[in-house]
Design a protein around this ligand. Structure first.
Ligand code: FMN
Length: 194
Protein backbone atom coordinates (compact mmCIF):
# COMPACT_ATOMS: atom_id res chain seq x y z
CA UNK A 1 0.00 0.00 0.00
CA UNK A 2 1.17 3.54 -0.70
CA UNK A 3 0.14 6.38 1.61
CA UNK A 4 0.36 9.97 0.37
CA UNK A 5 2.14 11.93 3.09
CA UNK A 6 3.94 15.22 3.60
CA UNK A 7 7.67 14.67 4.07
CA UNK A 8 9.52 17.28 6.10
CA UNK A 9 13.29 17.40 5.74
CA UNK A 10 15.94 19.85 6.95
CA UNK A 11 17.72 22.08 4.41
CA UNK A 12 21.46 22.90 4.74
CA UNK A 13 20.56 26.30 6.29
CA UNK A 14 18.33 24.63 8.93
CA UNK A 15 15.03 25.65 7.33
CA UNK A 16 12.35 23.00 6.79
CA UNK A 17 11.39 21.65 3.37
CA UNK A 18 7.89 20.25 2.82
CA UNK A 19 7.07 17.91 -0.08
CA UNK A 20 4.18 15.54 -0.80
CA UNK A 21 5.60 12.04 -1.15
CA UNK A 22 4.40 8.46 -1.43
CA UNK A 23 5.26 6.21 1.53
CA UNK A 24 5.24 2.54 0.49
CA UNK A 25 4.15 0.13 3.23
CA UNK A 26 5.29 -3.42 2.54
CA UNK A 27 3.86 -6.30 4.54
CA UNK A 28 6.27 -8.90 5.93
CA UNK A 29 4.89 -11.74 3.78
CA UNK A 30 5.41 -9.64 0.63
CA UNK A 31 9.07 -9.06 1.51
CA UNK A 32 11.65 -9.49 -1.21
CA UNK A 33 15.24 -8.45 -1.66
CA UNK A 34 14.25 -5.50 -3.85
CA UNK A 35 11.59 -4.29 -1.38
CA UNK A 36 12.25 -5.12 2.27
CA UNK A 37 9.29 -5.26 4.66
CA UNK A 38 8.45 -2.00 6.41
CA UNK A 39 8.13 1.51 4.98
CA UNK A 40 10.09 3.18 2.20
CA UNK A 41 10.32 6.49 0.34
CA UNK A 42 11.26 6.98 -3.32
CA UNK A 43 12.12 10.59 -4.17
CA UNK A 44 12.98 11.33 -7.80
CA UNK A 45 16.41 12.80 -8.59
CA UNK A 46 17.10 15.65 -8.60
CA UNK A 47 15.06 16.98 -5.68
CA UNK A 48 15.54 18.90 -2.48
CA UNK A 49 13.98 16.09 -0.44
CA UNK A 50 16.45 13.61 -1.92
CA UNK A 51 19.45 15.86 -1.18
CA UNK A 52 18.29 16.36 2.41
CA UNK A 53 17.66 12.63 2.93
CA UNK A 54 21.12 11.75 1.61
CA UNK A 55 22.83 14.45 3.70
CA UNK A 56 21.08 13.75 7.02
CA UNK A 57 19.57 10.26 6.79
CA UNK A 58 16.51 11.45 8.72
CA UNK A 59 13.09 12.93 7.93
CA UNK A 60 9.59 13.30 9.34
CA UNK A 61 6.60 11.52 7.79
CA UNK A 62 3.46 13.63 8.38
CA UNK A 63 -0.05 12.21 7.98
CA UNK A 64 -2.19 15.20 6.99
CA UNK A 65 -5.84 15.58 6.01
CA UNK A 66 -5.55 19.27 5.06
CA UNK A 67 -5.19 18.81 1.32
CA UNK A 68 -4.24 22.47 0.88
CA UNK A 69 -0.75 21.46 2.02
CA UNK A 70 -0.46 18.94 -0.85
CA UNK A 71 -1.89 21.36 -3.43
CA UNK A 72 0.05 24.28 -1.95
CA UNK A 73 3.44 22.54 -2.22
CA UNK A 74 2.76 21.89 -5.92
CA UNK A 75 1.71 25.50 -6.62
CA UNK A 76 4.41 27.55 -4.90
CA UNK A 77 2.74 27.73 -1.45
CA UNK A 78 5.21 25.78 0.67
CA UNK A 79 5.21 28.01 3.70
CA UNK A 80 3.01 25.90 6.02
CA UNK A 81 3.49 26.16 9.80
CA UNK A 82 5.84 23.56 11.29
CA UNK A 83 6.78 22.71 14.87
CA UNK A 84 10.36 21.99 15.87
CA UNK A 85 10.95 18.56 17.43
CA UNK A 86 13.43 19.47 20.13
CA UNK A 87 14.86 15.95 20.63
CA UNK A 88 15.57 15.46 16.94
CA UNK A 89 18.39 17.75 15.87
CA UNK A 90 16.47 20.37 13.89
CA UNK A 91 13.75 18.11 12.46
CA UNK A 92 10.22 19.55 12.46
CA UNK A 93 6.71 18.28 11.89
CA UNK A 94 3.80 19.88 10.05
CA UNK A 95 1.75 21.80 12.66
CA UNK A 96 -1.55 20.55 11.19
CA UNK A 97 -0.52 16.86 11.01
CA UNK A 98 -2.87 14.22 12.43
CA UNK A 99 0.17 12.13 13.32
CA UNK A 100 3.86 12.01 12.55
CA UNK A 101 6.81 9.66 12.60
CA UNK A 102 10.44 10.70 12.84
CA UNK A 103 12.32 8.21 10.64
CA UNK A 104 15.87 7.15 9.93
CA UNK A 105 16.17 6.72 6.17
CA UNK A 106 18.80 4.46 4.61
CA UNK A 107 19.23 4.20 0.83
CA UNK A 108 18.97 0.77 -0.77
CA UNK A 109 18.79 -0.68 -4.30
CA UNK A 110 20.46 0.57 -7.47
CA UNK A 111 17.94 2.96 -9.07
CA UNK A 112 19.82 6.27 -9.40
CA UNK A 113 16.87 8.14 -11.02
CA UNK A 114 14.56 7.24 -8.16
CA UNK A 115 16.55 5.91 -5.20
CA UNK A 116 14.60 4.15 -2.47
CA UNK A 117 15.08 4.70 1.27
CA UNK A 118 13.95 2.24 3.92
CA UNK A 119 12.52 4.00 6.96
CA UNK A 120 13.00 2.99 10.58
CA UNK A 121 10.72 4.78 13.01
CA UNK A 122 12.55 6.64 15.77
CA UNK A 123 9.52 8.37 17.33
CA UNK A 124 5.83 8.27 16.56
CA UNK A 125 3.04 10.55 17.83
CA UNK A 126 -0.73 10.49 17.29
CA UNK A 127 -2.02 14.07 17.60
CA UNK A 128 -5.59 14.20 16.27
CA UNK A 129 -8.27 11.69 15.29
CA UNK A 130 -8.80 10.75 11.63
CA UNK A 131 -11.94 12.63 10.56
CA UNK A 132 -13.27 10.15 7.98
CA UNK A 133 -13.07 9.77 4.21
CA UNK A 134 -13.94 12.63 1.83
CA UNK A 135 -14.00 12.08 -1.93
CA UNK A 136 -13.02 15.68 -2.65
CA UNK A 137 -9.85 15.22 -0.62
CA UNK A 138 -8.79 12.22 -2.68
CA UNK A 139 -9.70 14.14 -5.85
CA UNK A 140 -7.42 17.01 -4.80
CA UNK A 141 -4.57 14.56 -4.11
CA UNK A 142 -5.08 13.00 -7.56
CA UNK A 143 -5.14 16.41 -9.22
CA UNK A 144 -1.95 17.41 -7.38
CA UNK A 145 -0.26 14.31 -8.77
CA UNK A 146 -1.48 15.25 -12.28
CA UNK A 147 0.01 18.73 -11.87
CA UNK A 148 3.31 17.21 -10.67
CA UNK A 149 3.41 15.01 -13.79
CA UNK A 150 2.34 17.66 -16.26
CA UNK A 151 5.37 17.26 -18.50
CA UNK A 152 5.18 13.46 -18.56
CA UNK A 153 1.51 12.93 -19.57
CA UNK A 154 -0.34 13.92 -22.78
CA UNK A 155 -2.42 17.11 -22.33
CA UNK A 156 -5.67 15.52 -23.58
CA UNK A 157 -5.43 12.70 -21.01
CA UNK A 158 -4.70 15.17 -18.23
CA UNK A 159 -7.66 17.39 -19.19
CA UNK A 160 -10.05 14.42 -19.20
CA UNK A 161 -8.89 13.26 -15.76
CA UNK A 162 -9.03 16.78 -14.36
CA UNK A 163 -12.64 17.19 -15.53
CA UNK A 164 -13.65 13.91 -13.84
CA UNK A 165 -12.01 14.97 -10.59
CA UNK A 166 -13.73 18.39 -10.74
CA UNK A 167 -17.14 16.65 -10.54
CA UNK A 168 -16.15 14.91 -7.29
CA UNK A 169 -14.89 18.18 -5.86
CA UNK A 170 -18.10 20.03 -6.78
CA UNK A 171 -20.20 17.34 -5.10
CA UNK A 172 -18.27 16.73 -1.88
CA UNK A 173 -15.77 19.51 -1.06
CA UNK A 174 -15.64 21.77 1.97
CA UNK A 175 -13.94 25.18 2.01
CA UNK A 176 -10.38 23.81 2.32
CA UNK A 177 -10.83 21.42 -0.60
CA UNK A 178 -12.35 24.16 -2.80
CA UNK A 179 -9.42 26.42 -2.00
CA UNK A 180 -6.88 23.68 -2.83
CA UNK A 181 -8.76 22.85 -6.02
CA UNK A 182 -8.67 26.49 -7.13
CA UNK A 183 -4.86 26.60 -6.80
CA UNK A 184 -4.46 23.39 -8.80
CA UNK A 185 -6.91 24.48 -11.50
CA UNK A 186 -5.03 27.76 -11.91
CA UNK A 187 -1.69 25.91 -12.20
CA UNK A 188 -3.21 23.41 -14.60
CA UNK A 189 -4.65 26.09 -16.89
CA UNK A 190 -1.41 28.06 -16.85
CA UNK A 191 0.58 24.96 -17.86
CA UNK A 192 -1.93 24.07 -20.61
CA UNK A 193 -1.74 27.57 -22.13
CA UNK A 194 2.07 27.68 -22.15
C1 FMN B 1 0.36 13.12 -3.64
C2 FMN B 1 1.73 13.30 -4.21
C3 FMN B 1 2.67 12.30 -4.09
C4 FMN B 1 3.97 12.45 -4.58
N1 FMN B 1 4.87 11.45 -4.43
C5 FMN B 1 6.14 11.61 -4.85
C6 FMN B 1 7.12 10.59 -4.66
O1 FMN B 1 6.83 9.51 -4.12
N2 FMN B 1 8.38 10.84 -5.08
C7 FMN B 1 8.73 12.04 -5.67
O2 FMN B 1 9.90 12.23 -6.01
N3 FMN B 1 7.82 13.00 -5.88
C8 FMN B 1 6.55 12.83 -5.48
N4 FMN B 1 5.62 13.82 -5.68
C9 FMN B 1 6.05 15.09 -6.33
C10 FMN B 1 6.83 15.92 -5.33
O3 FMN B 1 6.07 16.28 -4.20
C11 FMN B 1 7.32 17.20 -5.99
O4 FMN B 1 7.94 16.93 -7.21
C12 FMN B 1 8.28 17.89 -5.07
O5 FMN B 1 8.55 19.12 -5.59
C13 FMN B 1 9.56 17.09 -4.78
O6 FMN B 1 10.69 17.81 -5.08
P1 FMN B 1 11.47 18.65 -3.96
O7 FMN B 1 11.86 17.72 -2.85
O8 FMN B 1 12.65 19.21 -4.70
O9 FMN B 1 10.50 19.68 -3.50
C14 FMN B 1 4.32 13.66 -5.22
C15 FMN B 1 3.37 14.68 -5.36
C16 FMN B 1 2.09 14.50 -4.87
C17 FMN B 1 1.08 15.60 -5.01
Amino acid sequence: MILEIILTTVNPDGSIHLAPMGLTLTEPNAASESMPAGASLAPFAPSRSLDNLIRRGTAVVNICDDVRIFAGCLTGRRDWPTINLSNHNGEARVAAALSYQVVKAAAFGTNSERPRFSCTVVESQQLKAFGGFCRAQSAVIEAAILVSRFNRTPARELTREFEQLAIRVQKTAGAAEFEAWGWLQEAFEKALNK
